[in-house]
Design a protein around this ligand. Structure first.
Ligand SMILES: [Zn+2]
Length: 182
């Protein structure tokens, strides 16, 4: 990253965690094949571009609702999002950068009104930050690739992890499975 890009990333609130990421370690599009070296390099370049987008560029890329959550760390109202009650099989991707985040097999009905999962697709798909806003001590969940705010992590989830990834529907895009497993 250039110094300008690093400064821009810091200004975005993306933080040094992203700036310090090793180049080329962005999650690949899974289950798509064609992970040639060239494709991987192009993908990594696209991702590194995302980490230093300006605030105006994010506003252009995202809908106002997406921007409010992904960049403004807002929370959609419970039971209003597109996916809290979605039981279809498929993949949930980051709405900002398309990174695969969760699969439907790990989604469960938490009763919270937000889409809830007991684990992310991979350890690298998400990252965490301490969130002390609103007088609460919470763990914020961010996209591991673009740093977008996704939701929060709680320890009242079901087996096998006991974790609850409480996500915002608007921060994700759902991709239905082409081939249902049933
Ligand atoms: Zn992302």
């Amino acid at each position: 990253m250039t110094p300008e890009a690093t400064a821009a990333a810091a200004a975005l609130g993306v933080g040094l965690a992203v700036a310090r990421r090793r180049p080329g370690c962005a999650p690949l599009r899974l289950h798509r094949g064609h992970t040639t070296l060239v494709a991987r390099d192009e993908r990594a370049e696209q991702m590194s571009d995302l980490t230093h987008l300006s605030d105006d560029q994010w506003r252009e890329r995202l809908t106002p609702e997406q921007y409010n959550v992904l960049r403004g760390k807002g929370t959609e109202r419970a039971f209003t999002g597109a996916y809290w009650d979605n039981k279809d099989e498929g993949l949930y991707r980051c709405a900002a950068c398309d990174t695969p985040l969760f699969k439907s097999e790990t989604k469960y009905d938490s009763g919270s009104g937000w889409p809830s999962f007991f684990e992310p697709l991979t350890a690298e798909a998400v990252r965490f930050e301490r969130d002390t806003s609103y007088g609460m001590m919470r763990t914020e969940v961010l996209c591991g690739t673009c740093g977008g705010h996704l939701g929060h992590l709680f320890d009242d989830g079901p087996e096998p992890t006991g974790q609850r990834y409480c996500m915002n529907s608007v921060a994700m895009d759902f991709e239905p499975s082409d081939e249902p497993t049933r």
